[in-house]
Design a protein around this ligand. Structure first.
Ligand SMILES: *[C@@H]1O[C@H](CO)[C@@H](O)[C@H](O)[C@H]1NC(C)=O
Ligand SMILES: *[C@@H]1O[C@H](CO)[C@@H](O)[C@H](O)[C@H]1NC(C)=O
Ligand SMILES: *[C@@H]1O[C@H](CO)[C@@H](O)[C@H](O)[C@H]1NC(C)=O
Ligand SMILES: *[C@@H]1O[C@H](CO)[C@@H](O)[C@H](O)[C@H]1NC(C)=O
Length: 486
């Protein structure tokens, strides 16, 4: 007995040593690419009209994540990616953080770059933040990033880097005033190339590229628009050009990784932050709906992984993945431990081997406290999806290169008409949500609405102040959107 015990202990110790060595040797560089408002039908590997050779090649050589969900909107999605918590556990489930709201992703929640720093990573961020900036403590370099180059808000002019006429562009904490006129994507690529060039590759690198493309305003240098002479509508043509500029940017960054000898040791993750925005020419066909909605077009996004650590490539991962899973998944890919407190689950070993994943259900959103008549909530359990209440502005199936007229705002009667109403879909048989089963399967409706109630019983109310905080006014900060007022 004693001998067996000693042998076991010795063996265990040896194994642990070997494993640690393996993990240390293997911590990959991580390039985490988030596109803004890129739709399901906006990449070449879903739609041959789109010119995205770099994205397509990475997707085909990697593993396509075919059932990956984010939130229907930007701040909630980015919060989920960074923290591993659903927005309804952080008060971020209602629309997005506005520049004059004293709100940010809760400081008590640990961000992904902080977790990666703890296990030895260098951490850099380029692009869009949109997780609040009223206090310095809310901003990227105080939440785990060694450096930040980008903007704090939802969107801005791609050339002047302003929103509502005030500058929103920073290099770490300093406003950037000398890039007026340069298309943001070019500035982001140069910064990324710089980071990679200067990086000592013996330390693992985490580079978070949160691109501005393809968010409105629809702006792109003419040479990219000209790549699409066959697209009839100007908006869709320019939008498609923005997609190709994004694709070229990704090509340039991966070229730099190759030149710096880091490419083979890099795990690349690509995801959009939500579905395409039909009003601004984003396209999710054949999926239903778009950005803002809990339909699949708003939440099921283009996503893939490529490179270091993947054992099965050229395939498609058909298990459900949600934004909240990325933090644990990447920490585990990096050799760290999952966080048992959050809403996410590490999918790393399933993704690495293309085995069935651990997630069986997800909450699309839960936002019914602020305005009950909007009652926008949805859950997926296995193949079934239940929508509770008003699914939002874009309820239809939109084809690319066609003009649609959209209402500017949802109408109150329309929202009220949806209060307490359910829609039920079987996503396996009907991924495009044509066939509402709520009348024929009231048993499933009851079961799933109870499950939704249980999962959201500890939801916190939306932190969404309706009155702008006058302290936010950029004219007090040299005409720059700035922290320091909450
Ligand atoms: C992804 O899912 C769709 C159904 O939603 C299916 O048609 C398709 O074959 C799957 N795989 C890939 C690689 O797109
Ligand atoms: C950027 O340049 C344009 C054109 O020269 C000018 O009108 C605008 O005021 C500038 N914006 C900022 C924020 O400097
Ligand atoms: C990179 O870091 C390693 C380990 O700290 C060090 O030995 C090496 O000299 C560094 N290389 C360069 C080019 O600075
Ligand atoms: C990519 O690199 C090429 C070659 O240096 C350059 O001409 C092009 O503008 C770059 N594109 C982007 C989006 O950075």
């Amino acid at each position: 007995m004693v001998i067996k015990f000693v042998v076991l202990v010795l063996l265990g110790g040896l194994l642990a040593l070997l494993q640690r060595k393996q993990v240390e040797a293997k911590s990959p560089h991580i390039l985490f690419i988030v596109a803004d408002d890129l739709g399901w039908n906006d990449v070449g590997f879903h739609n041959p009209a789109m010119k995205t050779p770099n994205i397509d090649k990475l997707a085909r050589e990697g593993l396509i994540l075919n059932q990956t969900y984010l939130q229907p909107l930007c701040s909630p999605s980015r919060h989920a990616l960074m923290t591993g918590y659903y927005p309804y556990h952080a008060g971020l489930q209602h629309l997005v953080i506005l520049p004059w709201q004293p709100v940010c992703s809760p400081l008590k929640m640990k961000f992904l770059p902080q977790r990666l720093k703890d296990i030895g990573y260098a951490t850099h961020m380029v692009g869009k933040w949109h997780l609040g900036f009223c206090s310095w403590n809310c901003t990227p370099t105080y939440r785990g990033f060694d450096s930040f180059f980008g903007y704090y808000n939802a969107q801005g002019d791609h050339y002047s880097h302003t929103w509502y006429n005030y500058l929103d562009y920073r290099d770490n904490e300093k406003p950037v005033k000398n890039l007026n006129g340069t298309y943001s994507t070019f500035t982001f690529v140069s910064r990324a190339q710089d980071i990679i060039k200067k990086h000592n590759s013996s330390q693992p690198l985490f580079l978070y590229m949160a691109f501005q493309n393809v968010h409105d305003p629809i702006q792109v240098p003419k040479q990219y628009e000209d790549m699409y002479p066959n697209i009839k509508t100007q908006g869709r043509r320019q939008f498609s050009g923005m997609v190709s500029a994004l694709d070229e940017a990704i090509g340039n960054i991966t070229d730099q990784l190759r030149e710096s000898g880091m490419y083979d040791d890099t795990l690349i993750v690509f995801t959009s932050d939500n579905g395409g925005w039909p009003k601004y020419y984003g396209n999710n066909y054949p999926l239903r709906g778009g950005k803002f909605t809990v339909y699949e077009g708003g939440t099921r996004v283009v996503s893939f992984v490529h490179g270091a650590g993947l054992q099965k490539t050229g395939e498609s991962y058909e298990s459900i993945m949600h934004a909240v899973d990325w933090s644990d998944t990447l920490v585990e890919a990096a050799g760290g431990k999952p966080d048992l407190m959050g809403d996410g689950v590490s999918q790393w070993s399933s993704i690495a081997n293309n085995f069935p994943g651990p997630r069986t259900e997800l909450v699309y959103n839960f936002d019914s406290d602020l305005a009950p008549e909007e009652g926008h909530a949805a859950i997926r359990v296995g193949d079934y999806k239940l929508i509770d209440g008003y699914p939002s502005l874009y309820p239809d199936w939109y084809k690319p290169d066609q003009l649609y007229t959209f209402k500017p705002e949802p109408s109150i009667p329309e929202m009220q008409a949806h209060a307490g109403r359910y829609q039920l879909f079987n996503l396996k048989d009907d991924p495009t949500e044509h066939n509402d089963l709520s009348k024929s399967r009231p048993d499933i409706v009851t079961e799933m609405s109870e499950r939704l109630r249980l999962l959201t019983q500890n939801a916190v109310p939306p932190n969404y102040p309706l009155v702008p905080d006058p302290k936010s006014n950029p004219s007090k900060f040299d005409d720059v959107w700035s922290p320091g007022w909450c």
